[in-house]
Ligand binder design. Structure first.
Ligand code: 4NP
Length: 155
C-alpha cells in the first residue's frame, strides 16, 4: 500500500506546496511515484483554494518543478488519522498540529520536517512570505535536500 505523506505549513501557499511538489518530483524521477500519496495543507485557511504563491511557483519552475496543480487547503483533524507521516515545516506548525486532540499513537506521526535535513542549520524552514526573492531560493534549497533524504528513508 502507498505511504501517505502530508506536509503542513501556515498558509499552504509557499513551503508545504513546495515540499509536496518536490517530493513528488523526486519520487517520480526515481520511478517511485506509485509508492507514495503526497499532499499538503496549512494550519490557516486564508488562502484556501488558491494556487501557490507566484514567487514560489517561479523559483520552483526555474528548477524544473511545477506547482501548478496544487491548491491550498486547511489541515483537518481527519488528516492526522489518514496520513502515515505528517511533516511540519516549522516549530509553530508542529505545536499547532500537536494540539489536535488525538490519541498518542496518532500524534506520534507528526514530526518536524528539518529533523531530516542533512545540513540542519536551524529547526525551521523559514517563512518566506514577507521577504524577498532570496528567501524563496533559500527555502527551495532546504526543502530540496530534505526531500531527497525523505525519499531515501521512506522508499
Ligand atoms: P507558508 O507562507 O506558510 O509557507 O505558505 C505563508 C503564506 C501566507 C501567510 C503566511 C505564511 N499569510 O500570513 O497569509
Amino acid at each position: 500500500m502507498a505511504k501517505r505523506i502530508l506536509f503542513v505549513c501556515l498558509g499552504n501557499i509557499c513551503r508545504s506546496p513546495l515540499a509536496e511538489g518536490l517530493f513528488r518530483h523526486k519520487a517520480t524521477e526515481r520511478g517511485l511515484a506509485g509508492e507514495f500519496e503526497i499532499d499538503s495543507a496549512g494550519t490557516g485557511a486564508w488562502h484556501a483554494g488558491e494556487l501557490p504563491d507566484k514567487r514560489m511557483r517561479r523559483v520552483a519552475a526555474d528548477r524544473g518543478v511545477s506547482l501548478d496543480d496544487i491548491r491550498a487547503r486547511r489541515v483537518e483533524l481527519t488528516d492526522i488519522f489518514e496520513f502515515d507521516h505528517v511533516f511540519a515545516m516549522d516549530r509553530s506548525n508542529l505545536a499547532d498540529l500537536r494540539s489536535f486532540d488525538v490519541p498518542d499513537y496518532v500524534r506520534g506521526r507528526i514530526v518536524l520536517f528539518r529533523d531530516f535535513d542533512p545540513d540542519p542549520s536551524h529547526p525551521d524552514v523559514p517563512d518566506p512570505y514577507y521577504g524577498g526573492e532570496r528567501g524563496f531560493q533559500e527555502v527551495f534549497d532546504i526543502v530540496a535536500r530534505t526531500c531527497d533524504e525523505l525519499v531515501n528513508r521512506l522508499a
